[in-house]
Every structure is written in structure tokens, then in C-alpha cells.
Write a protein that binds this ligand. Structure first.
Ligand code: PMP
Length: 386
């Protein structure tokens, strides 16, 4: 039946993360540091608010853009947390996770053949997203020696007359790299000069450890060029609720809402009530979880250093991206053998693009106990390469 599939879909490569989950799920006693989701349950008060919304009959579609009350809370949150001014009607669409946000942002702006600059290594959904929107992904390699930041030189080198947009993700999945206000300051003149649209996936914004989170939307001269994507999955431990949002200028917001209303109608209603509660009373829990990830980050980075796999100190999200070149193995070989020989699941850096060769992604959204045991097993595993 292959001949019936669209060329666009056939061109999409399977996810390099799935393969390892499938292998790991068929084995016993595996410690998985593979998944990209919080190990916390959603805080109770958020769950209760959603349950209560169902009990009180809030079981209908909401406005396409999302409940007004929720959009008001999102704008207040953006203001108090990130010093960003937006309006609930003009600038916000509530989406089915950040995932839908990425899709509708790309589809709203990309014409066939437009180039979209992506970082590498990068989150697995961006390349297929650009392809499905009819665009052409152009990659910029982020290097460990630059702390996995986007430098002005690297951005400039990827721009052609066909460049429409650049898709950024800081704090980054998979590297944990961040961009500070000062780092972004150097990119602003380039973005201005080339009239680039910035799609900024800031889903890990709250999980910043050493510096204050910054956004390109904080720069007034290019604010209207920025489409900001965020959501509740990571900071509020709400992956299964499927709730996120996009924020942009009024024209882009209308365009994204046009796609959203025909493909989604409206994001899940109970999840939206949960999200209102999360924004009104959830920030203490976010801070507790952030502090806990920070402890685990410090622990796991030290652990990897001790066993001889040096690791860039990630400044955000909940992943480390250690270099495994000293073992002489490729990223795929390393992960396959670590799984079969020592039963620890991590993800090859190449799942995030060719530039990830020589690295692995290890999630520390796991208990300290699991991290400790995984470190012991990895230490045994790499003995044979010393
Ligand atoms: N962006 C990044 C960088 C992610 O890591 C993820 C989840 N792994 C998402 C977006 C999607 O998140 P969600 O759809 O659950 O909001």
C-alpha cells in the first residue's frame, strides 16, 4: 500500500528515540533515562480543578482560541514571570501541547520551498514539522565548545535569500544549553536585517538553573517577528494533559487560529480548567520541581565526570549530553550495547541529527536512586574501553 502514501510522509525518517523505547520495553530490570518527561505526578490541586470542571458539567467545546479566563492567566503569567506584554484576544491560542504550537506556527508562515533554519542537535519534531509544512530545513550545528549556544556567525552562515524563519529551542532538548539576554542581543541585528521570523520553543523556560530565562520576544525591535511556543507539560508536570499555547503578533495569531480551529476545534476543556489552576496557584510546585531537577543535575554531572565521561554543564531542561567519543563507539553502538549489557536506556545523540554523533542524551527526570544505579552500571560498562 506504500504507493498510496504522500511523498511528504514517505520522506519523514522514523524517530530515533522510539527504537530504543521499543528495545527497552521488551526487557526486564531496565533503568530508563531515555524519556523526556517529568517523573512527578501533576500537583493535586491542578488535578482537582480539572475533575471539578467535569463534575460541574464543563464538558463542552471552548472558544477556538481557548477559554478566555485561561488566556488572561497566560498573559498575566508571561508578564510577571518573563516581563512580556501580550493580550488574551489578540495574541494567544491555546493548543494541544507545544507540539501543536510548533505545527501551526510553521504552517502559518511557510510557503513551498521556504527555508527554515534549525539547530542541530535539536528536538525531533522540528525537521518533520518543516517538511510537512512544505519548507526546507537548513541546519546549523551547535557545538559543545560554544556551550551549545547559537553564535551570530553560525546564524549568519545559514541565511540565504530563501530563509523565512529560524526555529530556536532554549533551554534545549537535548543539550540543556541556554541563551542569555546577552547572547540573544548579538543575534537581534541579524534577525532584524534579514526580516527573519523566529519560532521560539520555550517549553523548558521555567527549568533554568543558573541564569534567568531570556526570550527574543524581550527585544522590542523584533518582538513582532517572534512566535513563542510554550506549554504545561514540563514545568507543571502535565505531559498527558496535552496543553500548550502559542503567542504572537495579531496577524500571526489569527492565521494560527485559523488552522487550529479546523484541525483541533479547541484544546481539551478539562485540561484548560486544570491549566487555569496551575497558573493561579501552581508556581510554588514549579519551583520545588525546578530545585529538585537542579540537585539531580549537579549529582549526575559529577557522576559522569567521576566515571570518565565528561559532560557539558547543562543550564536548563532535564537532560545531560555527555561526550562518549573516548569509548571509540558510535552513539548508536554505545546505546545498544549499554542497554543489552547493563540494562540502562539512554538515547543516541544522532536521534537529534547527525551533529549529535559522539554524544548521548541522558534524562535526569528520574529518582536519585535510579540515577545512582544507572551510574554504577555505566561505570561497569565503560571499564572495557579503558
Ligand atoms: N518542544 C520540546 C523541545 C520538547 O522537548 C517537547 C516534549 N518532549 C515538546 C516541545 C512537546 O511538548 P508538549 O507537546 O507535550 O507540550
Amino acid at each position: 500500500m506504500e504507493q498510496y502514501l504522500s511523498d511528504k510522509v514517505k520522506a519523514i525518517k522514523p524517530s530515533g528515540i522510539r527504537k530504543f523505547f521499543d528495545l527497552a520495553s521488551a526487557m526486564d530490570d531496565v533503568i530508563s533515562l531515555g524519556v523526556g518527561e517529568p517523573d512527578f505526578d501533576t500537583p493535586w490541586h491542578i488535578r482537582e480543578a480539572a475533575i471539578y470542571s467535569i463534575e460541574s458539567g464543563k464538558t463542552f467545546y471552548t472558544a477556538n482560541q481557548g477559554l478566555k479566563e485561561l488566556r488572561v492567566e497566560i498573559c498575566r503569567y508571561m508578564k510577571r514571570r518573563f516581563q512580556l506584554d501580550y493580550q488574551p484576544d489578540a495574541n494567544v491560542v491555546v493548543t494541544v501541547g507545544g507540539s501543536e504550537g510548533i505545527d501551526i506556527a510553521l504552517r502559518a508562515i511557510v510557503n513551498p520551498g521556504d527555508e527554515v533554519i534549525l539547530m542541530q542537535p535539536n528536538y525531533v519534531a522540528y525537521e518533520p514539522g518543516v517538511q510537512l509544512a512544505g519548507g526546507k530545513p537548513v541546519f546549523v550545528e551547535l557545538k559543545e565548545e560554544d556551550q551549545f549556544k547559537l553564535t551570530p556567525e553560525a546564524l549568519r552562515s545559514a541565511i540565504t535569500p530563501k530563509t523565512k524563519a529560524v526555529l530556536l529551542n532554549f533551554p534545549s532538548n537535548p543539550t540543556g544549553g541556554v541563551m542569555t539576554y546577552e547572547d540573544y542581543e548579538k543575534l537581534v541585528p541579524i534577525i532584524e536585517a534579514h526580516h527573519l521570523i523566529v519560532i521560539s520553543d520555550e517549553i523548558y523556560a521555567e527549568l533554568s538553573y543558573d541564569t534567568k530565562h531570556a526570550s527574543l520576544a524581550n527585544f522590542p525591535s523584533i518582538k513582532d517577528q517572534v512566535i513563542l511556543i510554550s506549554g504545561f507539560s514540563k514545568a507543571f508536570a502535565m505531559t498527558g494533559w496535552r496543553l500548550g499555547y502559542v503567542i504572537a503578533n495579531e496577524t500571526f495569531t489569527k492565521a494560527m487560529n485559523k488552522i487550529h480551529q479546523f484541525i483541533i476545534m479547541s484544546a481539551p476543556t478539562a485540561a484548560q480548567y486544570g491549566a487555569i489552576e496551575a497558573l493561579r496557584h501552581g508556581e510554588e510546585h514549579v519551583e520545588e520541581m525546578r530545585a529538585s531537577y537542579q540537585n539531580r543535575r549537579n549529582f549526575i554531572v559529577k557522576g559522569f565526570e567521576r566515571i570518565g565521561l565528561p559532560t557539558h554543564m547543562p543550564q536548563g531542561a532535564f537532560y545531560i549530553f555527555p561526550c562518549i567519543k573516548s569509548t571509540g563507539l558510535t552513539s548508536e553502538e554505545f546505546c545498544e550495547r549499554l542497554l543489552t549489557e547493563q540494562k540502562v536506556a539512554v538515547v543516541p545523540g544522532t536521534a537529534f541529527g547527525e551533529a549529535g554523533e559522539g554524544y548521548i542524551r541522558v534524562s535526569y527526570a528520574a529518582s536519585l536512586e535510579q540515577i545512582k544505579t544507572a551510574l554504577e552500571r555505566i561505570a561497569v560498562f565503560i571499564q572495557q574501553f579503558r
